[in-house]
Design a protein around this ligand. Structure first.
Ligand code: AP5
Length: 217
């Protein structure tokens, strides 16, 4: 079913992990502004070079750069779009409303993944990501079969440069000041549903699927 959805949640809440399952099984496209920025960095584009210093320090990349990058990708989602990591500020949320209205579509649901801070820290501290297919693993919670090698494509696993203790703390601070207020923003529009993101990834996926079915998405 065609749907326009947002996944909200703190760093490490499992947005990327559950987003992958949701898009694979529903034919939507996943728009992860974090992944898009990391691709720009790998290409050493001017946007990537500008974004890197913000990201490494755990700060947000300026809204105007993000919105420009997002617009072209949104138009490719004929069967629906799952936004992961966008919006992160009220300004971005308002821009998204404008873009959707220009496209003649509307936001269907916002899923907020709720995870206690202690678990967020454990997840981010042990995360490993595939350089090739971007699949996410965890040293303890979902280790790869072979150390340092992606189970899916054989690519090399690495630790993100912003998954260090200082950047993680800053990302959590930024989340509390800039992104958490979006919970009330979407609650006021009756679009928000909380999901317990602390459980097994498949259980989180099942809960979200049940919720979206109930809402007709
Ligand atoms: P981004 O890449 O979006 O990072 P983030 O929001 O900090 O979120 P993460 O990717 O860290 O966490 P996640 O919730 O996706 O968790 P994951 O599924 O990987 O952004 C990075 C930076 O880019 C920002 O700091 C900012 O600078 C910039 N940026 C991006 N978007 C922007 C925007 N819109 N505006 C401005 N700047 C922007 O899971 C984490 C770990 O936990 C993994 O190891 C995973 O295997 C494990 N795990 C996940 N779920 C489970 C589970 N249920 N059970 C067990 N383990 C699990």
């Amino acid at each position: 079913m065609r749907a326009y959805l947002i996944l909200l949640g703190a760093p490490g809440a499992g947005k990327g992990t559950v987003a992958k399952r949701l898009v694979d099984r529903n034919g939507w496209i996943q728009i992860s502004t974090g992944d898009m920025l990391r691709e720009e960095i790998a290409k050493q584009s001017s946007l990537g070079l500008e974004a890197k210093s913000y990201m490494d320090q755990g700060n947000l990349v300026p809204d105007d750069l993000i919105i420009k990058m997002l617009k072209t990708h949104l138009e490719q989602g004929d069967n629906g779009v799952l936004l992961d990591g966008f919006p992160r500020t009220e300004e971005q949320a308002i821009s998204l409303e404008r873009i959707f209205s220009e496209m003649g579509v509307s936001l269907d649901s916002v899923v907020n993944l709720v995870v206690p801070e202690e678990l967020l820290l454990a997840r981010l501290g042990g995360r490993l990501v595939c350089k090739e297919c971007k699949a996410s693993f965890h040293k303890l919670f979902s280790p790869p079969k072979e150390v340092g090698v992606c189970d899916h494509c054989g690519g090399t696993l690495y630790q993100r440069s912003d998954d260090n203790p200082e950047s993680i703390q800053q990302r959590l601070r930024v989340y509390h000041t800039s992104t958490k207020p979006l919970i009330d923003f979407y609650k006021d529009k009756s679009l928000l549903a909380d999901i317990d993101g602390s459980r097994d990834a498949e259980e989180v996926y099942n809960d979200i699927t049940a919720l979206l079915e109930k809402r007709g998405n």
